[in-house]
Ligand binder design. Structure first.
Ligand SMILES: [Zn+2]
Length: 183
């Protein structure tokens, strides 16, 4: 069967200490290797709003914002595909390239859970949660404003989604407007 997303065969879904289920390496994965390519449906902000008001109240769980006004949604007639089980960690081993690629940020050994930081992709959703990732530098409370944190911006440079990178770039521009040209 052709799936709408790609997941490397070097991982498998198992129960996770972080949150119910997670995705774990079953073979070694090298830094920069592609772990997943997310696919799905493209919906507009208007469609997102009406779906979230209707029977898809938890659409946040399946949606990734990819540009102002557009979302990629991985819903498959109410079913979930394996790529939806990537958990958040404050000390992740995977990051995002573009809007749909997940890559290894470092070499990953079999048995390690594949995680990314939700700050790499999420900015506009209205959620926050208590983190139990167990990392030494765990932020404890994860919110959709975390991408604004300068320390995280440095830590994940090159691993934010294109959408978040654009937001960071625009926020910086606003903070430091270019000096007026000399007359
Ligand atoms: Zn954490």
């Amino acid at each position: 069967m052709i799936k709408h997303s790609y997941l490397t065969d070097k991982v498998g879904v198992c129960s996770s200490g972080i949150h119910r289920r997670g995705i774990f390496a079953v073979k070694p994965i090298r830094k920069d290797e592609i772990i997943a390519v997310w696919g799905g449906f493209i919906i507009t902000q208007k469609e997102f709003n009406s779906l979230s008001r209707g029977k898809f109240r938890n659409i946040d769980d399946y949606a990734t914002k990819i540009a102002e006004g557009f979302f990629l949604v991985s819903c498959k007639k109410g079913g979930l595909e394996d790529d939806d089980f990537f958990n958040h960690s404050c000390h992740p081993n995977a990051g995002i390239k573009g809007n749909i690629l997940m890559v290894a940020m470092k070499d990953i050994k079999p048995g390690e859970e594949i995680t990314y930081d939700y700050a790499m992709t999420d900015a506009d959703f209205d959620y926050s949660f208590q983190c139990s990732c167990g990392a030494k530098d765990c932020r404890k409370r994860i919110t959709t404003k975390d991408w604004k944190n300068p320390a995280l911006q440095r830590k994940y440079k090159g691993y934010f989604s294109w959408y978040i990178e654009e937001k960071i770039r625009k926020a910086r521009k606003k903070r430091s407007p270019r000096p007026a040209p000399d007359r």
